[in-house]
Design a protein around this ligand. Structure first.
Ligand SMILES: NC(=O)c1ccc[n+]([C@@H]2O[C@H](COP(=O)([O-])OP(=O)(O)OC[C@H]3O[C@@H](n4cnc5c(N)ncnc54)[C@H](OP(=O)(O)O)[C@@H]3O)[C@@H](O)[C@H]2O)c1
Length: 304
């Protein structure tokens, strides 16, 4: 079969021949892959830098996708940590980590949207006791995950949702109750929950501002670390944890058990049509060009 294959970490995959996959347990089936998203997590997998990586090469990247199972059902699936990912004509899925889609579901939209939408969905439903009416600030709201986080937070009953980012033009396109650039976060200090996709220096600054400028420092503030697109570390002054009622948690693979992630798939699938998802399909043979094109704001979806 044809697959996107990484031969060396840090070098984009190219489309080439790869051995056909075979199921190993009775819960596994081979699916014909229809769509697989090129998420930041897939880039770090293919770069050998993700914390779950095992260093195996060659590697077919892709952590999730939509495929046609042998029984004819259309399924969204998530893969375990494997060197046979979803960017291939066929892959092996564990049916217990998949959800049957309606027959008229659009594979490209589902493959583009599930990973970024799950980030906020899981964070708010599985990492904290999120209550309807709470105000949410999304840091990094112009990315695919951030744009969906704004919509997911609203959908789950948030009060005000404030979108924050570094680019005012892109922020203007985000449908939030309010938008703020990173240097205006003093005006967004009175929120209950922060969904943080950026980390690094912007978060160091944002934390300092929000903690010091809150009207009521005794009001609980739950900061959920979800992505680290601007850097892997922050500086956290001890005073930030004493001067405000700050709780810092993370949400991702590991801090949320796989069984909890899988348990949420069906619920999100049934709502996914209500979200705006920006997808850009690319044929499998062009995977290396798509990999190098980091300029698009749409989620690239490889279509074998
Ligand atoms: N833990 C989870 O469950 C989970 C799930 C999905 C995603 N994530 C993570 O969330 C992050 C965002 O994913 P995504 O799908 O939204 O990616 P994306 O579509 O590529 O968007 C990237 C976002 O990061 C911003 N950004 C990039 N570099 C920045 C910098 N130096 N300073 C400030 N902002 C910067 C971009 O701002 P501009 O628009 O201004 O360029 C944009 O808002 C990634 O780290 C990803 O791995 C985590």
């Amino acid at each position: 079969m044809r697959a996107a294959v990484v031969i060396e970490f840090g070098t984009p995959p190219t489309c080439r021949d790869f051995p056909d996959p075979r199921p190993r347990t009775e819960d596994e089936v081979v699916v014909d892959v229809l769509a697989a998203g090129l998420h930041p997590r897939v880039r770090s997998q293919a770069g050998g830098t993700h914390y779950t990586g095992k260093g195996e090469l060659p590697l077919v990247p892709g952590i999730d996708g939509v495929g046609r199972a042998p029984d004819g059902t259309l399924r969204y699936f998530v893969l375990p940590d494997t060197s046979l990912g979803s960017m291939a004509e066929r892959t092996v899925i564990d049916t217990r980590r998949s959800v049957v889609l309606p027959a008229d579901a659009d594979p490209v939209t589902v493959a583009a949207g599930m990973n970024p939408a799950m980030s906020a969905w899981i964070a708010l439903r599985r990492r904290i006791e999120f209550a309807a009416g709470q105000d949410v600030l999304v840091l990094g709201a112009t990315g695919n995950a951030g744009r969906l986080a704004v919509q997911v937070a609203k959908h789950l009953g948030a009060g005000r949702v404030i979108a924050a980012g570094r680019d005012p033009e892109k922020l203007a396109e985000v449908e939030a109750d309010d938008t703020r650039t990173f240097d205006e976060l003093g005006k967004a200090a009175d929120v209950d929950v922060v969904l943080d996709y950026v980390w690094g220096p912007p978060t160091t600054e944002a934390l300092r501002t929000i903690v010091t400028e809150r009207a009521d420092r005794g009001r609980p503030l739950t900061w959920i670390e979800i992505g680290s697109i601007a850097g892997p570390t922050i500086e956290l002054p001890s005073a930030a944890l004493r001067a405000a009622r700050l709780q810092l948690v993370g949400s991702g693979q590991g801090s949320v058990p796989t069984r909890d992630i899988v348990a949420e798939l069906g619920g999100l699938i049934s709502e996914i049509r209500s979200f705006r998802i920006d997808a850009h399909p690319v044929p499998l043979q062009d995977v290396d060009h798509a990999w190098r094109d980091t300029g698009t704001t749409q989620r690239v979806v490889v279509t074998p």
